[in-house]
Design a protein. Sequence first.
Lengths: 306, 306
Amino acid sequence: MPVYVVGHKIPDSDSICGAIALAHLRNQIGEASVATRLGELSPETAFILEKFGFDAPEFKTSYAGEEVYIVDHSELTQAPDDIAQATIVGIVDHHKLGDLTTSTPLECWIRPVGCSNTIIKMMYDFYNVEISKEMAGIMLCAILSDTVIFKSPTCTTADIKCVEALAEIAGIEDFKALGMEMFKVKSAVEGTPARDLVMRDFKDFNMNGNLVGIGQLEVIDLAVFDEIKAELEADIAALKAEGNRHSVLLLLTDIMKEGSELLIISDELAKIESAYSCKSEDNKVWLDGVLSRKKQVVPPLQDVFA
Amino acid sequence: MPVYVVGHKIPDSDSICGAIALAHLRNQIGEASVATRLGELSPETAFILEKFGFDAPEFKTSYAGEEVYIVDHSELTQAPDDIAQATIVGIVDHHKLGDLTTSTPLECWIRPVGCSNTIIKMMYDFYNVEISKEMAGIMLCAILSDTVIFKSPTCTTADIKCVEALAEIAGIEDFKALGMEMFKVKSAVEGTPARDLVMRDFKDFNMNGNLVGIGQLEVIDLAVFDEIKAELEADIAALKAEGNRHSVLLLLTDIMKEGSELLIISDELAKIESAYSCKSEDNKVWLDGVLSRKKQVVPPLQDVFA
């Protein structure tokens, strides 16, 4: 019986490329593994897999009775619904330590770096397994995505060195151009229903008993949202009601201006504002320099809910 | 401000030697660190530190506002009482994933091996930091203790290779003899009050909302308990009442016969028996082949409480 290697719900490129790269590594060291996914590919991830010739991991939502290796999170809300009936054999992650627990010992490769694929590259090095050109390509793209081409405050020296090493393997001379190409794909939002956009990169967090959903859309020019912002606002209000959430936040991130417009729907608007020491207008506020949900948005919120 | 490197409450040799070894490693790589402890040294640990010339880590129970690196567990019940007011920067552990969570990214070096010190040796290798003869001595002793000189089912190839490498560094030819010497120290129970014995290696677990305390005494001949078993039984009954626990279990482990006598005081005796498919007599039962609390005692219990 193989171990299923799976990222979080509403998978991003790190979750998908990480599952593929880690399943391959594990197969090379004799641990039969299959990469799976909990949701649809984003346009960005589809672009990456197509570019380097990989199929999407198998879509699989139920893991009861199976062995699972978790990628890119350690949160119950982001894991398969029946994770409590599965055996978690490992976790590779770069976020805060969440509320997943196990009843047996496991391995955790968790590091405060910008991307799970940076850690997976360390695992390839640890096990001394060769990385193919194509695999290096998808791992590199995942890191450029998570670190916003090194602009995010989550980016570490380890991520940069890792991208440089992977670019060498993949034979990619201008990886920053590849990163911009990827973010252009990500910025094509016209014609997409509001719900699809909001859910493209959306994570639920359990904040001291309160369910808080936080979405993020990273684009190269916020002007793409001008026509649809009202729809986005209506949609996060609907999402809040549907999911019985305390709050739903949507970050519209401008990777060139290096900041985010935050849209807020909350039972306690003042609490959210206090987390970021800001005052919103019409439930919106520009947060200069804020690029990272993980490092700049979740921790202050966690603190005000503590 | 240094990072405090600290093991679990009622520290065993792995927690103490691990804190010393990891704090030293972190200082070598430029991360100012201080080893601390949450409780008294066991006779075994005192023997190890004395033998290799180390002082006990500083006794420190409060960590509010400090940065902490956790060694040998990931459980709230085993961590400092005010851990929620501290920042956990890392965890090195070899147990099941517990209920500690963080609000910021951290590093976790968690592996399903027999001892935290085996993982700390991997960390020395990763950072390419030299291990002194004396440090190798205490790390090796911690691994021999946790793996019951390789007899425990928790012992892995990695632990054995690690002990062999450390023995080479420490210049110890017969490490098994050293292990037996250590277990002889551990077996000297006469004259020690029952409570001190029960608490010598005692851990509380949150089993689906029920507090279950599990102690273990490892000796080279169970006959040492003949005169004091009634006192031990009375004491775990008192402990159960004092701590409002659902159950208290005490494992009297015979490392030569390779099994444990389990003493049970519980609100639901039948539930405990069902976990180990056994029938107790006078709240006692011999569990043949059971040496490991972590691998053979906690998981089946976790399952019946799930």
